[in-house]
Ligand binder design. Structure first.
Ligand code: DQA
Length: 145
């Protein structure tokens, strides 16, 4: 069984009520349920964590070493600020896919830069909740090839 760590960054616990015109009305627990459904089909075992704290996310990435085969991450605002998350992903060297609900390149300029993009396999941005499902599929394909 392939084990995947799914990380959701700050404010994603408010999905459903948070800026619905930008992020949609799907809640985080609905996204997690969709991911679990997808994981079953792909024979993946998911460990899912949401945190508003950068260090908690860094700890989770470090703890994935030797336990998980890949990481699916929406680092949310930390995407645009966190060298620590980027360094953690680089340090564990686990195949990682970056996802965003919104298309970050269509939005304010400060969202156009991702600190983690250079250390991930690839990025899926702009498909709403579907970005997660597509990202999980992309990661599963990568790991099985
Ligand atoms: C986001 C985009 C980020 O710019 C923002 O800070 C988020 C969510 C997205 O999924 O579209 O919190 O990562």
């Amino acid at each position: 069984m392939t084990h995947i760590l799914v990380l959701h960054g700050p404010n994603l616990n408010l999905l459903g009520q948070r800026e619905p015109d930008t992020y949609g009305r799907v809640t985080l627990s609905e996204i997690n349920a969709q991911l679990q459904h997808e994981a079953k089909e792909l024979s993946l075992c998911l460990e899912i964590l949401q945190s508003n704290h950068e260090g908690v996310l860094v700890d989770a990435i470090q703890a994935a070493l030797g336990q998980q085969q890949g990481i699916l991450i929406n680092a949310a605002a930390y995407t645009h600020t966190s060298v620590a998350l980027r360094d953690a992903i680089a340090a564990v060297a686990l195949p990682t896919v970056e996802v965003h609900l919104s298309n970050i390149y269509k939005r304010e300029e400060f969202r156009h830069h991702s600190w983690i993009a250079p250390v991930v396999i690839g990025q899926i941005s702009g498909f709403g909740a579907n970005s997660y499902r597509l990202g999980l599929r992309a990661l599963a394909d990568y790991l099985s090839s």
